[in-house]
Write a protein that binds this ligand. Structure first.
Ligand code: ACO
Length: 325
């Protein structure tokens, strides 16, 4: 049986920093409130208006190719997780294939919000496990600054822009992606969405006037559901793979709120030292948080380490992936 493993990682965050002090000038908030409620100190924003989501994905892929010594034409498939494609119609993956010079690859977008990277990793690993492909790129990328209302203090403090990329190849030993657990609940649309711009509420003067093209979130409801479902999906994976807390070396959770991350690590009986956290620097980059964490901390993962990845996002969508490094 073929198993897929992550053999290279790349990342990209824009240079422009939006810190809490700058947000104090934009909305009625404070550095102290943001840090104590979310753990976020600053986030990166793609300020160059000539660039978009596909460009961040390309930069992350170029970083991966440079550090791994691979050529772009060796890539066979690109699975691109994003909720903020350059266009509503025409997949961002198509732009990325061209701009990154992946001339032997086909690619497609996958939209599952903050869980998108894990869902994409599952699809990408299936393509390797089936023997269909040997080199699959999985990218998580979002330009949240394009859909956030910087006059809404409930949401604008949370999000940032960025991209992370991993390469999946057939594993050589007892390493690689071992298991996935995913769930989806459409009732979540009532608590977290960008209401307009799709087929239900196409863009109109009314949707523009009502600011329906920006992220809407009932933070409390999302907060509680995120803790419950990320914890439960990790526990499910641990149970069915006979993993006790001590058997897991690292937890890499979606970075939405430091208090959510702390509550999940507590529920799993993981000391916080085993949990990878970079939310203080990047905020919530939606599909990019987990690959950006893998990129940031890649030197910490040692061969044989058991790693759990977990996410929760709009939809609602959630789940956990278990891999051995
Ligand atoms: N600055 C100051 N005060 C604020 C701010 C702010 N930026 N934002 C909200 N407040 C106020 C509220 O108005 C409220 O005031 P009130 O009591 O007078 O009404 C008070 O602070 C408390 O508001 P809550 O929303 O209850 O605050 P909470 O502690 O829940 O924190 C937060 C809000 C940070 C949004 C939290 O609920 C959260 O992180 N939710 C989950 C986010 C998440 O996981 N999203 C999922 C993924 S995103 C995706 O899929 C795209």
């Amino acid at each position: 049986k073929i198993t897929a493993e992550i053999t290279a990682i790349g990342g990209f965050v824009p240079e422009t920093v939006l810190d809490n002090k700058a947000l104090e000038q934009m909305v009625d908030t404070s550095d102290e409130w943001i840090i104590s409620r979310t753990g976020i100190q600053e986030r990166r924003i793609l300020s160059d208006k000539s660039l978009a989501t596909s460009d961040m994905a390309v930069f992350a892929i170029q970083n991966l190719l440079e550090t791994s010594g691979l050529n772009a034409d060796e890539i066979e498939c690109l699975v691109l997780a994003t909720s903020t494609p350059d266009h509503v119609l025409a997949p961002a993956a198509s732009m990325v294939v061209n701009k990154a010079g992946l001339k032997n690859a086909w690619g497609f977008d996958l939209n599952s919000a903050c869980s998108g990277f894990l869902y994409a990793l599952s699809i990408g690993s299936s393509l390797v496990e089936s023997g269909r492909h040997k080199k699959v790129l999985v990218v998580g990328v979002d330009q949240m600054s394009a859909i956030v209302n910087y006059k809404d203090r409930n949401t604008c403090i949370l999000f940032g822009d960025g991209a992370g990329a991993v390469l999946l190849e057939p594993a050589q030993g007892d390493t690689g992606i071992k298991d996935h657990y995913f769930k989806t609940d459409g009732n979540g649309v009532n608590y977290l969405s960008v209401p307009a711009g799709g087929s239900l509420y196409p863009a109109s003067q009314e949707t523009l006037d009502q600011k329906k093209h920006y992220v809407f979130q009932d933070g409390r409801t999302v907060f509680k559901a995120a803790i419950k479902e990320m914890s439960n999906s990790c526990l499910e994976i641990m149970q069915r793979n006979n993993l006790a807390s001590d058997d897991v070396q690292w937890l890499v959770p979606h970075q939405a709120n430091l208090r959510i991350i702390s509550a999940v690590s507590h529920a799993l009986d993981f000391p916080i030292e085993k949990v990878k956290i970079n939310i203080q620097r990047y905020g919530n980059t939606t599909a990019a948080t987990i690959p950006l964490c893998l990129w940031d901390f890649k030197d910490d993962f040692k061969p044989g380490d058991n790693v759990l990845l977990t996410a929760f996002g709009a939809g609602f969508t959630w789940g956990c992936t278990y891999l051995r490094w």
